[in-house]
Design a protein. Structure first.
Length: 138
């Protein structure tokens, strides 16, 4: 049996996943990271995007969308504290597309005064959700 680590993904609303894994892949602030059991301790911010959790014994791969947050790695424990987290199957594609369209329109100057940081964050989150939905369709 392959070495495993405990993985916990939680948001302010709920615990999204808690269980054993052989690998975790996440979008850290400076790029994508892969975490295997025995990884060096690490704390980093994560960007809006996908977190993939590979379960042991050829189990299913869990795909989770996070809007950002903190990733803490200990040699055999990975904790994701997400601002917002959804299992990929729970993403509302229509709502994500609408949010993306609204953000793009706001950035194009089609609606009054805006807070660019908020609109860019909304665009990044909606785009990440849509990318995950499209990936799962393949």
């Amino acid at each position: 049996m392959a070495a495993t680590m405990q993985v916990d993904i939680v948001s302010a609303e709920a615990e999204i996943f808690s269980g054993e894994a052989t690998m975790v892949i996440a979008s850290a602030e400076l790029g994508e990271v892969g975490i295997a059991p025995g990884h060096t301790p690490l704390i980093t911010r994560i960007r809006p995007g996908e977190i993939r959790v590979q379960q042991p014994d050829d189990g299913e791969e869990i795909d989770v969308y996070v809007s950002g947050g903190i990733l803490e790695v200990q040699p055999y424990v990975v904790t994701v504290l997400a601002d917002t987290a959804l299992r990929a199957d729970d993403i509302d594609e229509a709502a994500a597309q609408k949010a993306k369209d609204e953000a793009e329109a706001a950035l194009a100057g089609k609606s009054g005064e805006i807070n660019f940081a908020d609109v860019q964050r909304q665009l990044a989150e909606a785009s990440a959700q849509l990318q995950l939905v499209k990936k799962l369709r393949r």
